[in-house]
Design a protein around this ligand. Structure first.
Ligand code: DX5
Ligand code: ZN
Length: 214
């Protein structure tokens, strides 16, 4: 599968409705929504009230990436705010199995996120619960960082794990994705690519989304 999930973190927050309407009219598949708490990651972005407003205008599923400590506390809040896919960090969950079940029980698709320094092997006991696994290809917190090349190896390892234990699980990659590395990521086995700066800082975001899918 080749899906594109543009990250609204790089959008113009003063013109969010305009940027969401641009994405509605583009070939993108999901809208990636980065929630940061200033504790799990050094940066603070926005929370449920903003997600609720994004949902009002979005015509595509909201792919909400929680970069917050103990995300299990907020599963129902993000369901109410309009999340369709909710991903939580392996490193932020003491009870990952419970949190993934809670997301599913609330009626959303669930996913686990791994930081660049966290091994794919640690998913062995939860991969069967995941609709998606998100591999961070930068250390999370900011848009516009440089892609970490080891991500290709991790995508291949994860593909092998999914083939063995959960073939329906989608592999998503987030951070430093652009039109140069996208073909290699899809070839390595990725299904969903997140792109912030590559889309929003380009001359023609709609065309860039088209190019990323090729
Ligand atoms: C980083 C966020 C990403 C970020 C990607 O912590 O999780 O989703 O917005 O931005 P780019 O594509 O610019 O690296
Ligand atoms: Zn993200």
């Amino acid at each position: 599968m080749k899906l594109i999930s543009p990250s609204l973190l790089s959008a113009d927050f003063g013109n969010l409705q305009r940027d969401i309407e641009m994405l509605n009219a583009s070939e993108c598949d999901w809208l990636h929504v980065d929630v940061m708490d200033g504790v799990f990651v050094p940066n603070i972005s926005f929370g449920q009230p903003v997600v609720k407003h994004i949902k009002k205008h979005a015509r595509k599923p909201l792919d909400v990436h929680l970069m917050i400590v103990d995300p299990g506390r907020y599963v129902n809040d993000f369901k109410e705010a309009g999340a369709d896919i909710l991903t939580v960090h392996y490193e932020a969950c003491t009870h990952l199995d419970r949190t993934l079940h809670a997301i599913k029980d609330a009626g959303m698709r669930c996913g686990t996120v791994l930081n660049p320094g966290t091994s794919v092997a640690l998913l062995e006991d939860t991969i069967q619960l995941c609709d998606v696994v998100l591999l961070m290809s930068v250390n999370p917190g900011f848009g516009g960082q440089k892609f970490i090349e080891n991500t290709y190896n991790k995508v291949k390892q994860l593909r092998a794990l999914c083939d063995r234990k959960n073939p329906d699980c989608l592999i998503e990659v987030d951070g430093g994705v652009n039109t140069s590395n996208a073909p290699m990521l899809f070839a390595a086995g990725a299904d969903v690519l997140v792109a912030g700066n590559a889309v929003f800082k380009s001359e023609n975001p709609v065309q860039t989304i088209h190019d990323l899918k090729q």
